[in-house]
Design a protein around this ligand. Structure first.
Ligand code: NAG
Ligand code: NAG
Ligand code: NAG
Ligand code: NAG
Ligand code: NAG
Length: 361
């Protein structure tokens, strides 16, 4: 009787043999029939298992290599090596987020006040960290290779069609109130972490983030902790002390909120921008959230690609600077950022091959 299914392939092989040169099935049978060869296959298998255990990414290359080349190649140790050339005393040992244990029994002293340290903010942090979480989710922590995309808010993303590419990264870091809703084609939709401060918080955090996006507060000043405490504990909102009205109602899940360790702000300012930690009141200069996000990625990721970074030429007064709003460089004039100074820092990283740009920089 003819078996229409593919399961009959081996027995029907002998019938096909005369008409077509299909030799694989009979060969396989002969091989399996021979005991010595079984042992041989077994030995080969064991060698492969050993090989794969000894080097996880080799295993991936061996078996999945042709499927998606980029997804599988992890430049193990490359970011560490190159970052150490650029950042003195580079270490990946510092926690990304502030932790309750550092403010509970024993207070870890901090050299600096905000934004470079937590000196003077210990009490409010003790209260805040007992209601927010500080763990990195297991799904991110356990990644074999942390391929990160840091998505800036720059105008270069407009019409870039980078959305699909951005979504393929394991970790997508976004900044401030940059929307994804309606811009998916150019900026993607996935958001693993979003760095923000009260004045840059999106009024509708649920719409512009994933349900599990980490909402990472970047504390610039003590008021920023007060804002978060008022929001999370529904206390009376403080209105004074912000340079722009932050949301009074902010509908985010406290489980998703984290507070960035100011260590990364210190590294960005001191090591990447060579800013003095103690500046006279008049010439205060601070890193942007964007450069800070790149610094963070350099301490956490195995691969760092950036998109949407860079500002228009300073002579170009009409060019808008963000992909989602109509503001120009003029609006940056009064900010405490030096964008040309930051551009030089990013250029150095690109030249070193420490990061790669997905859009023109
Ligand atoms: C993907 O791999 C190709 C070939 O190795 C390379 O040219 C390309 O730049 C890679 N793209 C990314 C996003 O890594
Ligand atoms: C690096 O660490 C050493 C030892 O803690 C310290 O003396 C030195 O000042 C640090 N250098 C920089 C540039 O931070
Ligand atoms: C983006 O594409 C649209 C439609 O093709 C076009 O009208 C618009 O001028 C483009 N914007 C930029 C900034 O290139
Ligand atoms: C900004 O940075 C550029 C490049 O490093 C520098 O020439 C300029 O003096 C800086 N501007 C201010 C106001 O510090
Ligand atoms: C990265 O930026 C350089 C200019 O600095 C540009 O020539 C290059 O095309 C950019 N790469 C991508 C993928 O856009």
């Amino acid at each position: 009787m003819e078996d229409p299914g593919g399961s009959c392939e081996v027995t029907s092989g002998s019938r096909d043999e005369s008409s077509s040169p299909r030799v694989t099935p009979p060969l396989a049978i002969k091989m399996i029939k021979s005991r010595g060869k079984i042992l041989g296959v077994l030995a080969l298998f064991l060698v492969m298992v050993w090989y794969s255990i000894s080097r996880e990414d080799r295993y991936i290359q061996l078996f999945y290599f042709p499927l998606q080349e980029n997804k599988t190649t992890c430049p193990v140790g490359e970011v560490e090596k190159k970052a150490a050339q650029l950042i003195a005393n580079y270490t990946r040992d510092r926690p990304l987020f502030l932790q309750l244990k550092d403010y509970f029994w024993v207070r870890t002293p901090s050299l600096y006040e905000l934004p470079y340290g937590t000196k003077g903010s210990e009490d409010i942090l003790l209260r805040l960290l007992s209601v927010t979480s500080y763990a990195m989710p297991e799904s991110i922590q356990s990644l074999k290779c942390r391929r990160c995309a840091v998505v800036g808010n720059g105008h270069r993303l407009r019409n870039s069609s980078m959305g699909e590419t951005i979504n393929t990264y394991d970790v997508v870091i976004r900044l401030n109130n940059a929307p994804v809703h309606g811009y998916e084609q150019d900026v993607g939709s996935k958001t693993t972490m979003r760095l923000f401060y009260p004045e840059s918080a999106h009024f509708n955090p649920r719409r512009e983030n994933d349900p599990d996006t980490l909402l990472v507060l970047v504390p610039f000043k003590p008021m920023d902790f007060q804002w978060l405490e008022a929001i999370l504990n529904d206390k009376k909102r403080v209105r004074k002390g912000f340079w722009k009205q932050p949301p009074l109602i902010w509908d985010a899940n406290p489980e998703q909120v984290r507070i960035l360790n100011p260590y990364y702000m210190e590294v960005t300012a001191a090591k990447l921008l060579n800013l003095p930690m103690k500046q006279p009141r008049k010439v205060k200069q601070k890193p942007t959230t964007g450069l800070l996000a790149i610094t963070l990625a350099l301490h956490f990721c195995d691969l760092v690609h950036i998109a949407g970074f860079g500002y228009p030429d300073s002579a170009d007064k009409k060019q808008t600077i963000h992909y989602y709003e109509q503001i120009t460089l003029k609006s940056m004039a009064t900010s405490e950022h030096n964008v040309s100074h930051e551009a030089l820092a990013i250029k150095r990283m690109l030249e070193l091959g420490l990061v790669r740009n997905l859009t023109y920089f």
